[in-house]
Design a protein around this ligand. Structure first.
Ligand code: CP
Length: 314
């Protein structure tokens, strides 16, 4: 799959995963996002680099942040946006996703933003696209590349760099596409350690996360880290969810102020959302001075602008 997203000349053709993307491409996307953010915040008009282009949002799974920020990103750069309504579409009459894509491409859609519960669906559509580009907005537990990018941008904002950082990701790692894309991005940018932590049933196979440590002991994993990324339990992707003892889970894996004190004093607290307060994170930490959760949300718009502009060669 990493090859499918590159054109013959080595440029980015689709954005499907951060795996194998490489440091220079990731840095270039982050730099572009930061430049767009600076323009937007200065009040300067943004370059209408997506004028006359059409971005189609194909979300087969629920989303608040990703879908809205892709739409805002596209519109602010001058694109038209189609929010494809799955429920009232002909996919409900048996039309394949490939035929849906070909139909929208025939209407001159230039970019497809795809979220789907099955791993590999955006890649499948990318392989089928004639001219349009495909951006993965989250597929199963495989990848969520723009979430990875916005997390890297947020870390870089606060730490100045990602090289050498110690980062812990805690929660349901096994079913998380965010954890996979974060780990790919952190590895590419030279993080010193990527510590994965959670209860045994929610931990991944080590082979799925090269160069990461895996542990069930959150307190130990927090020691001296620069950033804490908390994840919710991905109930929608767990076939047989064991009875969740919420208090027990919070007791062992909930991020409280007392626990956070084990991290560096300037550690940032991140969460891709949606958050489950009182399960994986205490409200006072979610809203506290070390939380950068809403900065992550804001950065999502700018990394999605950068990705759309890069893929559409503008
Ligand atoms: N982080 C994230 O993907 O959030 P949404 O599901 O709201 O898009």
């Amino acid at each position: 799959m990493p090859d499918l997203q590159l054109a013959a000349d080595g440029r980015l053709r689709h954005l499907l995963t951060l795996e194998g993307l490489g440091r220079s491409r990731i840095d270039a996307l982050l730099d572009r996002a930061a430049a767009l953010r600076a323009s937007w915040r200065s009040g300067a008009p943004l370059p209408p680099v997506l004028e006359r282009l059409t971005v189609a949002n194909l979300f087969f799974e629920a989303s608040t942040r990703t879908r809205t920020s892709f739409e805002l990103a596209a519109r602010r750069l001058g694109a038209q946006v189609v929010n494809f309504d799955i429920a009232s579409s002909s996919t409900s009459k048996g039309e394949t996703l490939e035929d849906t894509l070909a139909t929208l491409e025939a209407m001159d859609a230039d970019a497809f933003v795809v979220r789907h519960r099955e791993n590999g669906t955006p890649a499948r559509l990318a392989a089928h696209a004639r001219r349009a580009v495909v951006l993965n907005a989250g597929d199963g537990n495989h990848a969520h590349p723009t979430q990875g990018l916005l997390d890297l941008l947020t870390l870089r904002d606060h730490k100045g760099h990602v090289d050498g950082l110690d980062v812990v990701i805690c929660g349901d790692i096994r079913h998380s596409r965010v954890a996979r894309s974060d780990a790919d991005g952190l590895r590419a940018l030279g993080a010193a350690s990527i510590r994965l932590c959670g209860p045994r049933d929610l931990l991944p196979a080590a082979a799925d996360f090269p160069d990461c440590s895996i542990s069930e002991d959150f307190d130990a994993a927090l020691d001296g880290v620069d950033a804490v990324i908390m994840l919710r339990i991905q109930k929608e992707r767990i076939e047989h969810l064991p009875d969740l003892d919420q208090d027990g889970y919070f007791g062992r894996y909930g991020l409280t102020a007392a626990r956070l004190a084990r991290a560096r004093p300037d550690a940032v607290v991140m969460h891709p959302g949606p958050m489950n307060r009182g399960i994986e994170i205490a409200s006072d930490v979610a809203d506290g001075p070390q939380s950068v959760v809403l900065e992550q949300v804001a950065n999502g718009i700018f990394v999605r602008m950068a990705a759309l502009a890069e893929l559409l060669r503008r």
